[in-house]
Design a protein around this ligand. Sequence first.
Ligand SMILES: [Zn+2]
Length: 235
Amino acid sequence: MQETLQALQGLQQIDRHIFKVQAEQRRLPEELALRTTKIEEQEAKLQEMRTRIRGVRSEAKEIEDLTVGMRQRLRKLESESNKGKVDAALLMSYQHEMRKLKRNISQAEDDALKKMEAGDAGDANIVTAESQLELAKSVFDEFEANVAKELEEANSRFDELQADRDKLSADGIETDHLELYRRLLEIREGEALAELLDGHCQACFVQIPKNIGVRLARGTEMVQCPSCDRIFYQY
Ligand SMILES: [Zn+2]
């Protein structure tokens, strides 16, 4: 068992670094994707603002077009009323319609003005959002370039480690033991082994019952930490 543990310790020396590099290889693209999504959300929001403001402006335009028609009608009624040939009943009806038109025109002018103001406020918000997006994009571009560089470094580091790893033989290690070691590497974040020292696991620092130390010292079986499951070794 001593030979197995020594062989595993040899593997562990490199596997711990491989684990870290692999974590980097996963983390970097994930973070980039997350930031890409954020930029896209920001762009979509800006587009939404632009659409909304275009809508408000076109509503204002519609109202203005409507008042043009109402003003024309008003002028026509005014000129008809002033001709003097109109009978009293028709005149009253004209006057009634003219009052109504004036009210509607005034209301429409208020509405149009409010929409124009909302459009102007929206334009100001868009200018702010555009400059925020531009800033976010330049930060993103820098980050993206860094990620590419870091990823390239991680990849070449990985290749180096893998080459070193390939030189180590795992031939002398039983399949079961090797599988256990690999599983622990994954679940214990790159540290599958732990030293048992002074009655404590040096990975999780839990106090270990004496009989486990005795079993380990006997050197005839693989002994794991009862708390973190790591494979024990001791000097
Ligand atoms: Zn432990």
